[in-house]
Write a protein that binds this ligand. Structure first.
Ligand SMILES: NC(=O)c1ccc[n+]([C@@H]2O[C@H](COP(=O)([O-])OP(=O)(O)OC[C@H]3O[C@@H](n4cnc5c(N)ncnc54)[C@H](O)[C@@H]3O)[C@@H](O)[C@H]2O)c1
Length: 316
C-alpha cells in the first residue's frame, strides 16, 4: 500500500525540495501551507495535477482543519514556521503562536490520529545560543532569540510526547541552508542588493559574524536518511550542517566574484550583530549524523556558485 506523508510548509524552500524526493521515492504527499511566506504552488503544481500530492491551504494554528485531514499518515515532516529571527524579536507573540502553538497542534494531531513518526525542522544556528566552540547535540540550549527559544520549547514537547505516546520523533537542527529556491538569507539579500547597485554593498553589523552553512541537496539527503532511520530512542536530535564556517564579509567576496564584479565597496552598519538576536558565531559538530553514513558533498563556496547560477537564471 502507498505510504502517506504529511508535509507542513511544503511550498517553501526546504519543503519543496523534500517533496521532489518523496514523490520520486513513491510516497503520496499531503501538503499543508498557508502561503504566508509569499510562497506559491509553482514547485508542486505538477504533482498535484498528477495526483501525487494533495494540497491544503490553511494555517497550522487551525487545529479543527488539521483534524479534518482524512488519510492515515506514517510520518509528518514539520517545516511550517515563522522562520525569521528579526520577526521573532519584534513580534514575539506571532512567533510563539506559529512556532510553539502551531507546532504543538502538530504533536496533538499525531496523538489524536495515531501518527507514529515526525521529523521536526529545528535550528542548530539559534538553539545553542552564543558559544565559542562547535556545538554537539549535548550542549546546553541557551537561545538568545525568541525564534531559537520556540524551537527549543517544541523539542522539549517532542521529547515528552515521544515518551508518553510512543512516537518516534527526530529533530533536525539545521545550519543555515541555502541554494536554489531560497528567497531569504544573507546570500539572497546580498545578491539582490548587488543586482540593484553593483558598486556598493551595505553589510549589516561588522561583517565578522561567522556561521555554518549547508547546501540544499546535502540537506535533502540528511532528511531522507533520517526519514528511514529507526529511531530507537523515540526522541532523537541530529545537527545537520557542513563542518565549514564562513564570515559575512567572505560571503560578500564570494558573491561579488561569482557575479563577476570588482571594486565593490562594502558599507558596514557597525556593531557585532546584524540585528537583535543575531548570533555572531555558529559552528556545529556533525559527527552524530556522519556516523550514520551522511556527509555533505558540496562545499560552501561551490554551493554559492551553484546558487548564483540559479539566481541568474531566475532573472531576479
Ligand atoms: N532555511 C534555513 O536556513 C533553516 C535553518 C534552520 C531551520 N529552518 C527551519 O526549516 C523550516 C523550513 O524553512 P524554509 O527555509 O523552507 O522556510 P520557508 O519560509 O521557505 O518555508 C516555510 C513554509 O511554511 C509556510 N508557513 C509559514 N507559517 C505557516 C503556518 N502558520 N501554517 C502553514 N504554513 C505556514 C510558509 O508559507 C512557507 O511556504 C522552518 O521550520 C525553519 O524554521 C530553516
Amino acid at each position: 500500500m502507498e505510504e502517506n506523508i504529511l508535509v507542513t510548509g511544503g511550498c517553501g524552500f526546504i519543503g519543496s525540495h523534500i517533496i521532489d524526493q518523496l514523490v520520486k521515492d513513491g510516497y503520496f504527499v499531503t501538503v499543508i501551507d498557508d502561503l504566508s511566506a509569499g510562497t506559491n504552488l509553482q514547485y508542486i503544481h505538477n504533482y498535484i495535477k498528477d495526483k501525487k500530492v494533495d494540497f491544503y491551504q490553511f494555517d497550522i494554528r487551525d487545529f479543527e482543519k488539521l483534524l479534518k485531514l482524512d488519510r492515515e499518515y506514517s510520518c509528518i515532516i514539520h517545516l511550517a514556521a515563522q522562520p525569521d529571527v528579526k520577526v521573532s524579536v519584534n513580534n514575539p507573540r506571532l512567533d510563539f503562536e506559529v512556532n510553539v502553538d502551531g507546532s504543538f497542534n502538530i504533536l496533538e494531531l499525531m496523538r489524536k490520529k495515531d501518527i507514529p513518526k515526525m521529523i521536526f525542522a529545528s535550528s542548530g544556528g539559534t538553539i545553542y545560543g552564543e558559544t565559542q566552540q562547535s556545538n554537539n547535540e549535548n550542549q546546553p540550549l541557551k537561545p538568545i532569540s525568541n525564534y531559537g527559544a520556540a524551537k527549543a520549547a517544541i523539542e522539549m514537547y517532542c521529547s515528552s510526547y515521544s515518551s508518553l505516546y510512543s512516537m518516534q520523533i527526530t529533530s533536525i537542527r539545521l545550519g543555515n541552508i541555502f541554494g536554489p529556491r531560497s528567497t531569504h538569507g544573507v546570500m539572497y539579500d546580498f545578491y539582490r542588493k548587488l543586482k540593484k547597485n553593483p558598486k556598493e554593498l551595505v553589510i549589516l553589523g561588522d561583517g565578522k559574524q561567522t556561521k555554518t552553512y549547508l547546501y540544499i541537496s546535502d540537506t535533502i539527503e540528511a532528511f531522507n536518511l533520517l526519514l528511514n532511520y529507526e529511531n530507537k530512542n523515540y526522541f532523537d536530535v541530529f545537527n545537520v550542517s557542513s563542518n565549514e564556517t564562513i564570515s559575512v564579509t567572505e560571503i560578500a567576496d564570494e558573491l561579488t566574484e561569482a557575479l563577476g564584479l570588482s571594486n565593490v565597496s562594502y558599507m558596514y552598519t557597525g556593531g557585532k550583530r546584524g540585528w537583535k538576536g543575531d548570533i555572531v558565531f555558529t559552528s556545529m559538530d556533525t559527527n552524530k549524523i556522519r556516523s550514520l553514513g551522511w556527509s555533505n558533498k558540496i562545499t560552501i563556496r561551490e554551493g554559492i556558485k551553484l546558487y548564483v547560477k540559479w539566481l541568474n537564471e531566475q532573472k531576479y
